[in-house]
Structures are given as C-alpha cells and as structure tokens.
Design a protein around this ligand. Sequence first.
Ligand code: SF4
Ligand SMILES: [Zn+2]
Length: 117
Amino acid sequence: MLSCPRCQATIEPTTIQCPRCRLTLKAHGHPGIPLHRTEGDEPLCATCLYDADDTCNFPQRPHADTCTLYRSVNAAKDVEQPSPSPGQQLGFWLRNHRGLVGIVGLLLLSLVLVLVR
Ligand code: SF4
Ligand SMILES: [Zn+2]
C-alpha cells in the first residue's frame, strides 16, 4: 500500500492530493501524471537520467525539488524502463529547438497572411 511521503497517510496510486496533509501527489490535477519529489536536500536533477545525458531543458534544472519527468539514473541502470512517451519526447524536442519552432511559426504565419490577401 502506498503512503504519503509527508504524513504517511495511506493513499491510492491515483490519489492526486493527500487527503490528510494536502500534499500534491500528481501533476496538473491528473491521476496519470506522477509528480516526483525529492526526499532529502539533494535536488532530483542530481540523480536524473535527463540531467546526466544533458537532454533536459527544464528551467528548474538543476535544482528541481519536484518534477513530472524525473527518471532515476540508478533505476535506468537496474531495470530497462520504457522510454519517454512520444508526448514527452516532443516536449523535450520543442524545448531544445525553441528558435527553430519560432522561425517556422513566423514563416507559416507569413504564408497564411500572403494567401488570404
Ligand atoms: S527532468 Fe526534471 S529532474 Fe530531470 S534533470 Fe530535468 S528538471 Fe531535473
Ligand atoms: Zn499527507
């Protein structure tokens, strides 16, 4: 049985917020989006695979205390975990290519403006 990391109240895997201490356990109010939380003084990024392979571009890196995409380096070594979902991969790609996305957006907007005239 799972328990709240703050107050140890018994919780379900889909619990969004601890019913006793109100700690947020899932991100964006969605039971399917886990919100990983550091358990000590060390930020999550220190043990995160995406910090180790330098693919993370989140602004809270390298001091994240909570994160939706955290993936432990140790767990990745021990157990072959599923790779990030296509949505997560797209999110990383978009964050890493903001300039390109902006330019393509401007080009598309220009094209639309030309076509509607
Ligand atoms: S995915 Fe989250 S925990 Fe991992 S490096 Fe990025 S911000 Fe840090
Ligand atoms: Zn609690």
